[in-house]
Design a protein around this ligand. Structure first.
Ligand SMILES: [Fe+2]
Length: 296
């Protein structure tokens, strides 16, 4: 079965690219790839970019970029998705060149952002190795991909069906937690390379599609150091340090210049499907992740 390898990149619509550039470089430890007045790309590793931000007042998720190992797998996946009724469109050479891939397709998500499917991503030469201003270690990427995203669902059943049947993502597990606002029902999905989840969703009413995106670092100290930089810079910590029971992530959440949160984590689980058992957890965190009220 032709399957997605991993979530290779994420596109964002952002109103303040200057704020994003310093947040990304000085707080998160990303490296600027390309910057123009209306565009900012951000690096985490040997690839030319892992995030791209286009100037737009929406301040939300715009693109989830999924990669395939081979052209054959990409084409077979697209044919299958079309057979199931998905509106997958081949993008032109210029669009593929902009994404620095060999071939590019796109398809709308039921929640108002775009999925892109590609293969043959460019790699930069050693002379342009990734350099972070602040990181002690490195980001955990490679074939585990960029990290994970949590776009919220308008209709959870429709969204979950899309992720399972069209994107052919594998179910990781569920979290169903009683909260003062009702039951939170979160659904987690992984690709065949095994990052515990590349995408998760829950039906929560919110003005934004994107609840948060997660980047992972290789050593625990880099989470603590990033937390200290956020405090020093006076940023809003949306959730304090804590530990998730399902993906084992030790992390905190900081509000980005676009309003949605960045989860900054270490220690995320990699799933081996040979012995994986899907379970349902009843709480989001083993400890911590205490939520801080939004500042006025
Ligand atoms: Fe997360």
């Amino acid at each position: 079965m032709a399957e997605i390898s991993n979530l290779a990149y994420v596109g964002l619509a952002a109103s303040d690219l200057d704020a994003w550039q310093s947040f990304a470089e000085d707080i998160l430890g990303l490296q600027t790839g390309v910057r123009t007045p209306d565009f900012l790309s951000l690096r985490m590793d040997e690839l030319p970019y892992r995030f791209f931000l286009e100037h737009n007042d929406r301040d939300d998720l715009s693109v989830a970029g999924w990669t395939f190992d081979t052209e054959g797998e990409l084409e077979a996946f697209v044919a299958d998705a079309r057979e199931k009724g998905a509106a997958v469109t081949l993008q032109g050479k210029e669009a593929a060149q902009n994404r620095q891939v060999e071939r590019l397709y796109s398809c709308p998500d039921p929640n108002g952002y775009t999925h892109e499917f590609s293969f043959g991503v460019e790699r930069l030469p050693l002379t342009q190795a990734f350099r972070s201003k602040v990181l002690q270690s490195q980001f955990v990427t490679g074939d585990l991909g960029v990290g994970h995203i949590l776009p919220l669902s308008r209709n959870a059943d429709e969204t979950i069906r899309f992720y399972r049947e069209i994107l052919k993502l594998r179910v990781s597990d569920y979290i169903r937690q009683e909260t003062p606002n009702g039951v939170l029902d979160a659904n987690f999905f992984h690709t065949r390379t095994g990052r515990h989840h590349s995408i998760a969703t829950a039906q929560v009413s919110s003005p934004k599609i994107l609840n948060h995106l997660m980047v992972q670092v290789a050593v625990m100290d880099d989470v603590g150091l990033a937390y200290d930089r956020c405090i020093q810079a006076g940023l809003h910590i949306a959730a304090e340090l804590g530990h998730h029971p399902n993906d084992h992530m030790f992390s905190f959440y900081v509000q980005s210049p676009s309003g949605f949160n960045i989860e900054y984590g270490w220690g995320g689980l990699v799933i081996d499907d040979a012995d994986w058992q899907v379970t349902c957890f009843t709480q989001q965190s083993d400890w911590g992740h205490k939520r801080n009220p939004q500042r006025a």
